[in-house]
Ligand binder design. Structure first.
Ligand code: PEP
Ligand code: MN
Length: 341
């Protein structure tokens, strides 16, 4: 971190800020020019909020030369992290597709859709049991019963399952019933929840918040890793922009940026990005071409009567042909999309 002091800074003020930094355990590299004083801060500056230094009236500019995140940083761990989700590896050469309904609606629905998503080529079943709906009058999910339905499907069909958590009190239930715990966009900065998820070792699918920067998203992942849970998969699901043709704007750039900054795997959710089923295929192919480690897609056998997000859910045959096309893109960039285990 580099701190440039104002031109009229007094020697006593230089001492004041130096002593402050030294008392926090940092080394100091000082450069005193005719009119410019620059202080280089040496050490692990992730614990300093650069903005807090502007409280000193004689501080002119603070520049970070190190990212504020440590454990998720590729500089800290150069090799890619591979997360094992119930035997399915995410983050390696193989691209993993997750599919299933937005919400678990009944045991019969899951019993019908699960063999269809497996047949199409999906390796993980998705289904929301606790739904963060914008309206309190919309279907809120089957809650605990929904988790148990997923768990039954997992045992019956041998496919790992992912579902979204909203409350700390439900962590034990999620650990018992699912293989991958999703933190949804609305909870990306629920730091109390992230801290608790850091204490377990179940894999976490951390979605990017609706209006969060990549740095804020990585800082949220840092909360989980800082607690000791290194099994984190990032998920870009579109961010809010001025554009209204789609539900959100898929930030494809997030893929190469995350790959540069972090060792964590990144998957794309084209369903919540597009908000319309007809755009999902293009976004999926683009995501794989750009280097995503997987996709999570909403699939429903009867989207017209889905209790949640039918408009952005693919019918199983469309999901199947989409995966076949994704496989070709994967091969073109020297990756694989395994058909069978
Ligand atoms: C979901 O996956 O069903 C969901 C609500 O996602 P997001 O948090 O990305 O909106
Ligand atoms: Mn949904």
């Amino acid at each position: 971190m580099i701190i440039k002091l104002k031109n009229n800074v007094l020697p006593s003020e230089i001492e004041e800020i130096k002593n402050h930094l030294i008392s926090k355990g940092f080394g100091i590299h000082e450069s005193i020019g005719k009119s410019t004083v620059i202080i280089g801060v040496i050490g692990d500056t992730t614990i300093i909020d650069p903005n807090s230094l502007y409280a000193y009236e004689f501080v002119d500019t603070v520049l970070r030369v190190q990212e504020p995140f440590k454990k998720v940083n590729r500089k800290f761990k150069p090799e890619d992290t591979v997360v094992d989700v119930g035997g399915v590896k995410i983050g390696g050469k193989n691209i993993v597709i997750m599919g299933g309904p937005c919400a678990v609606e009944s045991n019969q629905q899951i019993d019908e859709i699960t063999p269809m998503v497996i047949e199409a080529g999906a390796k993980i079943l998705r289904g929301g049991a606790y739904k963060p709906r914008t309206s309190p009058y919309s279907f809120q999910g089957l809650e605990q019963e929904g988790l148990e339905i997923l768990n039954r499907a997992k045992n019956k069909y041998g496919i790992p399952v992912v579902s979204e958590i909203m409350n700390i009190e439900d962590i034990d239930d999620f650990v018992k019933n699912v293989d991958l715990i999703q933190v949804g966009a609305r909870n990306m900065q629920n730091f109390a929840l992230l801290k608790e998820l850091g204490k377990i070792n179940k894999p976490i699918l951390l979605k990017r918040g609706i209006a969060n920067t990549i740095e804020e998203w990585l800082m949220s992942a840092e909360y989980i890793l800082a607690g000791g849970n290194t099994n984190v998969i990032l998920c870009e699901r579109g961010i809010r922009t001025f554009e209204t043709s789609t539900r959100n704007t898929l930030d494809i750039s997030a893929i190469p940026v995350i790959k540069k900054l972090s060792h964590l795997p990144i998957v794309i959710d084209p369903s919540h990005a597009a908000g319309r089923w007809e755009y999902i295929e293009s976004l999926s192919l683009a995501a794989i071409a750009a280097g995503a480690d997987g996709l999570i897609i909403e699939v429903h056998q009867n989207p017209e009567i889905a209790l949640s997000d039918g408009q952005q859910s693919l019918k199983p045959h469309k999901f199947s042909s989409l995966i076949a096309k994704c496989r070709k893109v994967a091969e073109a960039i020297d990756r694989t999309l395994e058909e069978f285990d």
